[in-house]
Design a protein around this ligand. Structure first.
Ligand SMILES: NC(=O)c1ccc[n+]([C@@H]2O[C@H](COP(=O)([O-])OP(=O)(O)OC[C@H]3O[C@@H](n4cnc5c(N)ncnc54)[C@H](OP(=O)(O)O)[C@@H]3O)[C@@H](O)[C@H]2O)c1
Length: 364
């Protein structure tokens, strides 16, 4: 099969197209004929090598975690999903999702009406959004500030918080104020003057969810009067400031939550924005032609797409990204976490020996 790979850490230029063996699904895994892959900021960090301490990646690597496509083969003990069904989930390393086929053990069905591309926006961003709100315990009647409300995670977090009955004040750039308002939040500009803007809107801020990680924690502490009920998923200054940093791990992946997000999105009750696609993405979850068309099938055009994606600025997009079978982009790599990493995370998962994962039942 064709896959995007990187043999060394670096900028998007290290990504190239390669022919690699078709991966076989192991026990409790399915093989997915990839129709769309999400693009998340962490992918660039992993590809650059900056995340080696946290997400050790064995080279050469196929990037990609968020995957949507059609089940193509099932491994032993898989009885709850059949070949031909459209699914979305998290790709299991080392078979990353930027390939024609990926392996996954944590999947949900894609409901009718949800495109592969929009489905692929949900796993990583949706999990982070819900985790943040759950950790904060956001409840009806409360006021929550979400920094980075226009991004992939922020887009989902705003809508989930509003659905809980919270009032959401969302920070974004000037260009994205209307977008954030359309999600149900009260938009404010990030940067200087944030405190005054928020105070003019609300005397009380019950919780702060910092998705953006762009230095808004000191203001957040002032708004909260302390560090309680502030969470960041991306600001490295958290520890120094005494703020909780939440990092997602595979143990946080919930196929049930993913299925619920997919249902909301299929009904139009959860909006996600696709930044762009490598080539025309399938618009429905109907089975694609087999073999699926491969776009940008030369390294040169792949590089062009990847560079474009690396530069995408976007309101609320996880930026999927693929296209009939070949995904593009600087995404999270096929992460092989070593034993020491397991220990660091409390031994929570199983990347090194994925067959030790407990597969959660398919949902949806
Ligand atoms: N720890 C975890 O488990 C976890 C999980 C997922 C993601 N993350 C991290 O969360 C961050 C956001 O991810 P994402 O996928 O939502 O990224 P994204 O789609 O690129 O969105 C980032 C958002 O940050 C906003 N932003 C840019 N400059 C800002 C500033 N100075 N102040 C406030 N907001 C600013 C942007 O809004 P404007 O364009 O409107 O300026 C943009 O919408 C990334 O750092 C990612 O690595 C962490």
């Amino acid at each position: 099969m064709k896959a995007v790979m990187f043999d060394t850490f670096g900028d998007p230029g290290v990504l190239h197209l390669a022919d690699v063996p078709l991966p076989d699904p192991g026990p409790e895994q399915v093989r997915i004929r990839v129709q769309a892959s999400g693009v998340n900021p962490v992918d660039s960090s992993i590809r650059s090598g900056a995340m080696q301490a946290i997400f050790p990646t064995v080279l050469p690597a196929i990037p990609g975690v968020d995957v949507a496509g059609v089940v193509d083969a099932v491994g032993e003990h898989v009885t709850d999903v059949a070949v031909g069904e459209p699914v979305v989930g998290w790709a299991d390393p080392p078979a990353g999702s930027y390939a024609e086929y990926a392996l996954a053990s944590q999947i949900a069905r894609i409901p009718t009406g949800l495109s592969f591309a929009n489905a692929a926006t949900l796993p990583t961003a949706g999990e982070a959004a819900k985790r943040g709100l759950d950790l904060l315990g956001v409840r009806a009647g409360e006021t929550v500030v979400i920094h980075g409300a226009s991004g992939s995670v922020g887009t989902i977090a705003v809508q989930l918080a509003v659905a809980r009955g919270a009032t959401v004040i969302g920070t974004a750039s000037e260009d994205n104020q209307d977008y954030v308002r359309s999600l149900g939040a009260i938009p404010v500009l990030h940067g200087d003057g944030l405190l005054d803007q928020v105070r003019a809107l609300s005397r009380q801020v019950d919780a702060v969810f910092d998705v953006a990680g762009k230095g808004a924690l000191p203001d957040s502490i002032v708004l909260r009067g302390g560090t309680d009920r502030i969470i960041t998923i991306s600001d490295p200054a958290a520890g120094k400031l005494g703020v909780t940093f939440s990092a997602g791990t595979p143990k946080d992946w919930s196929t049930g939550d993913l299925a619920r997000l997919a249902e909301l999105a299929a009904r139009g009750d959860l909006i996600t924005t696709v930044a762009g696609t490598g080539c025309p993405a399938p618009t429905t979850a109907a089975p694609p032609p087999n073999p699926a068309p491969i776009c940008a099938a030369t390294p040169v055009s792949v590089d062009a797409v990847l560079e474009q994606m690396a530069d995408w600025a976007h309101p609320g997009s996880s930026g999927p990204v693929s296209d009939g079978g070949l995904a593009f982009g600087p995404r999270r790599g096929p992460v092989r976490r070593q034993a020491s990493h397991h220990a660091g995370l409390g031994g929570t998962c199983c990347w090194r020996s994925r067959w030790h994962c407990t597969r959660r039942p398919i949902a949806g």
